[in-house]
Ligand binder design. Sequence first.
Ligand code: ADP
Ligand code: MG
Length: 233
Amino acid sequence: TEKMLQDRQKLASIGQIAAGIAHEVKNPLTSVKGFLQLLKETNAHPYLFTMESELEKAIDTLQNLLQVSKPNLHDEPIIEIDVCKELNSLMLLFQDKLYNIKIIMDIRDCDKHIFGKKNLYLKAFFNLMKNAIEAMPSQGILRIEHYFQDEYVHVKISDTGVGIPKEKMNLLGTPFFSSKTDGTGLGLTQVFTTINDHNGQISVHSVVNQGTTFHLKLPQLPSRCKATSRCVD
Ligand code: ADP
Ligand code: MG
């Protein structure tokens, strides 16, 4: 099953409400976490460690929510990005932690750099790699491709994992859609938002029990951002 995924609209309304709530809730939680850390120093009760890691999960979710719902408020400059270099660094980050996953890098046309918000792009690549790895709980192959074609830098992240059932394809990118027990359902929302904000394209090809490929087409210059140095519509 294959599908083009371009859906800014559904993010807009829910995103604005969510960002407001996320901001309000994150501050008190962060403060609780700080006091918990102090408590841990005098009292090493095991519940405190559980409380801390649960709090961290909640704060992380809120942080992600803030990032996906207000990407344009992240006043990041548009800079030149060497995508090959960044993909390599991300790969090294994962490689150390993976014993049963083989990583294949198929990296070409590295002289073709792109312009964009680097941290948003890095987070998007990271989110796709993380999903790919999580789709292969026992073993598999993570393939990372980079090449230049038809005026676009293409990045493909493929796994040989569980795949995505056809009826779930439409839900990809919807905030909070997750099939994982401990998922946030915000990773792909961040990916779609970032690619859209840079005038890129994203498509997914998936076969259940065989694997999934996310295919990104990134323009060298995000035209909408060019004039103002900001990705505002
Ligand atoms: P999360 O990873 O927290 O569940 P995401 O937004 O990153 O949230 O992904 C949403 C859902 O999309 C996942 O729960 C999973 O069902 C599906 N998905 C995303 N990437 C893959 C993949 N590479 N293989 C299989 N399913 C995937
Ligand atoms: Mg994810």
